[in-house]
Design a protein around this ligand. Structure first.
Ligand code: GRF
Length: 229
């Protein structure tokens, strides 16, 4: 099945861009494509990034947000990817896309998540806490903020001299590597959510960036299989 992916974003859309670039690099091996980018902010840069790639860019006003399940169904969307989307997604969508809707969070859940924990608030809390590790979490989306089952997490160090801004940069860099790979695996049907709410994936090594290696020159266009290590 060729996945038809919708990306929801409220801001700059750098994760959207990383996803588009990664799928472009995969070429024929891409398990689908992004066919819709939708935003609750009419002037979101994410919408502009979509237009540049001739992808439908849709502003979601309050009515459209309520009708999002219909909008997605009309376009035969198979997967929903939240990339810096600041709203709780309607339950009609989370229910219809159970196991096919994901989010990236800029910390290691279940720490530093939940309502109000977004953007700079997350990194401020991380630095204030004194923790020496943060990272990125990709998780399934359910009806509660930052609550769905965790699919993958990559860590980054938090140094003594770090500020929320420097941590944010380090986390975003790793999000750009991790998120597209998880989305590709999800779109290919290799990551699933079973009936008991457990994540099923053959990629138990998914949690560690050094198994993927450098992003340069397409060094790692696919997850390594466990047998390769
Ligand atoms: C990312 O840090 C992501 O973890 C969070 O929102 C930010 C979005 O950044 N959910 P961008 O719009 O993809 O640049």
């Amino acid at each position: 099945m060729n996945a038809r992916i919708a990306v929801l974003a409220s801001g700059g859309g750098s994760n959207l861009q990383a996803l588009l670039d990664y799928f472009a690099r995969l070429g024929d091996k891409a398990p689908g494509s992004v066919v819709l980018v939708a935003s609750d902010k009419a002037d979101a840069l994410a919408l502009e990034r979509a237009r540049r790639r001739d992808i439908e860019a849709l502003f979601l006003d309050a009515d459209a947000r309520r009708d999002l399940a219909t909008i997605l169904a009309e376009r035969q969307i198979t997967h929903v990817v939240l990339a810096g989307y600041m709203r709780l997604v309607a339950e009609s969508v989370t229910k219809a896309f159970r196991g096919r809707i994901v989010n990236v969070h800029p910390a290691l859940l279940p720490s530093f998540g939940g309502k109000g924990m977004y953007g700079h608030h997350v990194h401020e809390a991380v630095v204030a806490s004194g923790t020496r590790v943060s990272g990125a979490t990709v998780h399934f989306v359910d009806e509660v903020y930052d609550h769905g089952a965790t699919i993958a997490q990559w860590p980054i160090p938090v140094f003594a001299g770090d500020t929320p801004a420097t941590v944010a940069v380090r986390v975003l860099e790793i999000e750009h590597q991790l998120y597209p790979r998880v989305v590709a695996e999800l779109a290919a049907g290799r990551i699933t959510l079973d009936a008991t709410g457990r994540v099923r994936t053959p990629h138990d090594l998914i949690a560690f960036p050094h198994f993927v290696g450098s992003d340069e020159a397409g060094a790692a266009d696919a997850w390594p299989s466990p047998q390769e290590h």
